[in-house]
Design a protein around this ligand. Sequence first.
Ligand SMILES: [Zn+2]
Length: 170
Amino acid sequence: MPIRNASNGWNLLGVTNPRDMTYIHSYGGEAVFFESLSKGRLMATRCDNPKCETKGSIYQPFRIYCPDCLRKNTVIDMTDIAKKTAKVHTFMVCERSGAFNILPRPIKFINVEFEGVVTILMGYLALGEPAIGMRITPIFKKLQPTYTILDLSWVPEGTKAEDLPEGFSF
Ligand SMILES: [Zn+2]
């Protein structure tokens, strides 16, 4: 495609050449988190350092290192905690989104709290309307996973398997 100068008689300035780029994004210590989503498991981390004042704290989102003692955390499977205790802490419904959004609008962003977990996880509600305190359950994109956070979503407790979005299951 030619590039022309609109303010100077449409003189030729140059041409465009399309390029396609693959960005290699290394997950490092978080790889286990994304791999597990594709298998229907939600991994968290826990500080097990006996000298740490906050020993036993469970972190979701997944934190490789303890923010208090800076020692490497232990990876734990918290899928059952999420299934039994996940609740909407708060939420916001967005009618407009940023560029490159691929989630259906309006997007129901939710902050998810869990019993025994010291942090709050950001996510989105795939079905239904969010409410503060509402019990929710995780769903996982096990069919053709993307190995990104988009493989995890949430639905109201009691949602039937046949109502889940394509590719997702409990
Ligand atoms: Zn610690």
